[in-house]
Design a protein around this ligand. Structure first.
Ligand code: CU
Length: 289
């Protein structure tokens, strides 16, 4: 009799434990960008997007032909290699890095207070024709960066971050991909090649997935954004640390917010001005005549 009772209690305990385990497994969210992490504040619910275009006003500097004579292989592979710092097609700027810099989702949570899980797919940076493809990339913290060499010559990739560890690594022709991750957010990390001084690219690292690089036609779209009000920044290279312009947008559930930026000459009309000019424009006591 006693034995039987013990058996029943044991079975009941096991059954209750199984129920407890099953209920602790949280369901996956509907959006691919926001898989919950145990113990972290994650977003699930409706999302919207931010889309726009990057204009370049005035006459853009003409791309300069690169002298590749230091490595004859590069000249053979890419005889018309030219600079990519200002690529403009029909007044639209390519390779601008656009991202959510700050802001608050509806409900009051700052975008940076959520934890976002990086995609399992790697971002590929290819050394191809003795330049980096793509010229500008975005990646999440913890997401894999896969660096490949498609050239019949040796490259030496050398990112020069400020917030992440610096490294440089030789990659001969036929070598396997170099795989790296970045632990800290950084906009943007310059990348150079110790073999070919003209090779340059930029990597934007963020803790959330809300970034994009403008395409050849200047367009960009940032998807999966929780409804809220955000500061969106567009960064373009040039000078010591590039130029960044910001504007406020409000994203509605299932809606698309518009964010058009302009760089180049007299480009202050379409967005807020660059960081260095902001105080002069924002302080009312300075006045304007
Ligand atoms: Cu190289």
């Amino acid at each position: 009799m006693v034995k039987k009772q013990t058996k029943v209690w044991l079975m009941l305990t096991i059954a209750l434990s199984l129920v407890a385990i099953a209920s602790s497994c949280k369901p996956k969210t509907e959006e691919g960008t926001s898989t919950p992490t145990a113990g972290a504040k994650t977003y699930s619910g409706d999302v919207g997007s931010i889309a726009g275009s990057i204009a370049y006003t005035g006459t853009p500097p003409a791309p300069k032909k690169i002298d590749t004579s230091a490595d004859p292989v590069c000249g053979q592979r890419n005889p018309n290699l030219s600079t990519e710092d200002t690529v403009v097609n029909n007044g639209k700027l390519a390779y601008a890095f656009v991202y959510i810099k700050d802001g608050t989702a509806t409900g009051g949570t700052k975008i940076g207070e959520y934890t976002w899980t990086p995609p399992s797919t790697a971002v590929v940076l290819d050394q191809n024709g003795c330049h980096y493809r793509p010229h500008v990339i975005g990646i999440m913290t913890g997401q894999k960066l896969s660096i490949t060499n498609s050239d019949p010559t040796q490259h030496n990739i050398h990112p020069t971050p400020k917030n992440n560890p610096e490294w440089n690594q030789t990659q001969p022709n036929g070598a396997p991909p170099i795989e790296k991750t970045f632990a800290r957010a950084e906009v943007l990390i310059p990348v150079k090649c110790n073999q070919h001084p003209w090779m340059k690219s930029y990597i934007g690292v963020l803790k959330h997935p809300f970034f994009a690089v403008s395409a050849e036609d200047g367009s960009f779209t940032i998807k999966g954004v929780p409804p809220g009000t955000y500061t969106v920044a567009a960064w373009h290279e040039g000078g010591a640390t590039g130029t960044e312009k910001t504007m406020q947008v409000t994203v509605a559930a299932n809606g698309s917010a518009k964010a058009d930026f302009a760089f180049g000459e007299a480009a202050t009309a379409s967005g807020n001005s660059g960081l260095q000019m902001m105080p002069a424009l924002d302080l009312p006591m300075l006045g304007r005549q």
